[in-house]
Design a protein around this ligand. Sequence first.
Ligand code: C2E
Ligand code: MG
Ligand code: MG
Length: 757
Amino acid sequence: MSTPPLPLSSSWNDPLDARPDVGHALFSRFRIGTRLAAMMALAVLVAVVLASAGIQGLATSNESLRTVHEERMKPVRMLSQIAHLMLSNQHQLQMALAQTAAQGTPGRVMLHPDFARNAAQAIEHNVIAINQLWSLYTAGPRTAQEQALSDRFASRRAHYLREAVMPALAALRSLDYQDTQRLAAQVRQLYERASPEVQTLIDLQFDQARAAYEAGVQRYEQTRRLAIGALLASMAVLGFLGLMLIRSIVRPLRQVTEVFRHIADGRFDTPIHVQGKDETAVVLTELRAMQHRLASNEKAIHQLAYYDPLTDLPNRRLLRDRLQAALTASRQDDRHRAVLLLDLDNFKNINDTLGHEIGDQHLLEMAQRLRTTVHAPHFIARIGGDEFVVLMDQLSAHEAEALAEAQALAVQLQTAVARPCPLAGQVYHGTASIGICLFRHHNASIKELLKRADAAMYQAKNAGRNGHCLFDPSLQTQQETRAALEAALRGAVAARQFELHYQAQVSATGRPVGAEVLLRWNHPVFGPVAPAQFIPIAEASGLILPIGTWVLEQACAQLKAWEAQACTRHLELAVNVSARQFRHPDFVAQVCRALEQSGANPARLVLELTESMVLDDIANTVAKMQALQQRGVRFALDDFGTGYSSLAQLKRLPLHHLKIDRSFVQDIVSDPSDAAIVQTIIGMARNLGLSVIAEGVETPAQRQSLLQLQCLVFQGYHFNQPLPIGLFEQWLEQPPLSSVPTAANATPVASHQREVP
Ligand code: C2E
Ligand code: MG
Ligand code: MG
């Protein structure tokens, strides 16, 4: 059995959802440990890359700001210094002029030498500084615009130095006030001309510096944004990968959990999809194999629990379930349903004679035929041995129609069973007995339904087998009585509930020549039970074997006891033998054993057989009779006239007596045809050399009629009723025919035997 492969699942909510999951497919190629290690490595790598990128970005920002500070602000500072120095020159000249004027020398005004010298030195120093700064400034890189501006300022500066500053220096050195004053004005004038130029240049430089700074700031912002973006992106990617990783582990585990839950609920059909080669895939593969094993075990257990191992048909347990369902359904509709109990006739014979293997083969063949005869919605089960039950569902709401449907199926089933069947090299024609029980509106329990069908089936059996009967409530009572009697019979011998009664066989002169042993059962609850009621049950159940043995032993012991008394020594004692007892392979040995153990004279023992049992297997019967005859045992044919034995068959049997059945004696006086039959029997017996005993002689007239027909031995209430040994022996001591004990004056033997209802 193989589980169909599941599609991949992508749903978190349904672990058994098996839609394609590419992530899982990718992940589950690797072991969980490998996946976790790879995940960690990736996280570390991303952290390293991000950290180094951030560091680099910050370094770049830092560098660009430093450049702004170092490179771009330097020219600004140099140009500012130049402007400052130019302004300073002007101040120096003003200072020198101011000192002199304060002395107020008339005529030619002279500058104060110290102040003039100081101012000259300062201006010289300034000029040197201006030239140095300018050279430094012009040494650096410049843009075209800057170049143009610087060129213009250069000419202004040169002009300023050449035309104003240098002459002013000379005037200072010559301490000439007027020249100095004039040239100071020149210096101021040229400075003012050059000042806007230098200011423009400073502004330009400053603008460039600011642009560089802004670029630096921008780069920093960019780096920051990039770093944050990269951090978020890598977190998202790592998060997603982590999620996928967790999912690739959790999802199969959820599937495992779900499968276990289903298994715990008794479901073994959960589809398990195995993807990849990781640990969870191994677990799922094992789980799937386990589920398969459990499913097949479950199936086997179910098969064993609900199906018959021989025929594969549903068994009694499954039948009960179906009956329960049918009973429940019957509450809701008006339809009839039916239970048909089919029992194969004589199946036991097949088992006993051909062996169980052949018996099983036959059962298999019959089961197959019945199975093909019963179609849905009807249901067939084997409930044991050779018993099958058909549950017919959904029959008509009208009883007559439903019964017709059930009977039609019963006929089909019988026809199926009756078809020729090869059995142990021969062709066997089987038959079956079927009991039918209709029900509706939940009007009976399962047990009751089966009991009813069983009772009906027994009715069919009793009616000669190979037929079907509808359940009849009165039959069920009989059935129950029968079952109760059978149960009670089982312990009857041990419980000493049996007793033997003796009925005399009397000669024409009225002398007792023998007696018949008749079994009596006195049950503590049921009271006296008639042999006609319990003997067939004992026969059918096999209990007749131990009972028959007991009777035989008691009878032989009695014979032995009679040998001690003169009045009984000559008596024969007849013992009834049942068919089953006689057919038992051990029968001859059993009789011999009883004779040996008791020491009774075999010549006084008469075994009463019936026509039907001797004719059943005449060769075997003759062999057994001869074997016992050799020991001296004699035989009587009981109830003669009721069977169909022919003269030819009778001739083969080593018989001594024929017992004319009571039914012919009963009306012998009034019915000439009965008298004719009795006469024929007597004539035939004489021809065969047999003595005749008339049974059931109740009146002197009957005795008289029989006597006239040459019947010389009689048995019946006219002489005595069957009596317990004490009373019988008392009766023997009476003079011939002087007293006939009756139910009234002897013991209520006949009257106290009653049928157990
Ligand atoms: P059966 O062997 O034909 O026995 C004669 C039956 O007729 C006895 O019935 C007896 O009581 C009854 N009977 C005798 N005389 C008269 C009469 O004048 N009028 C009427 N109406 N009946 C009379 P019982 O004792 O009820 O036995 C019935 C049958 O049970 C016997 O028929 C015999 O077949 C069987 N049976 C009795 N005891 C044994 C036994 O120990 N072993 C076996 N296998 N069968 C037994
Ligand atoms: Mg008899
Ligand atoms: Mg009889």
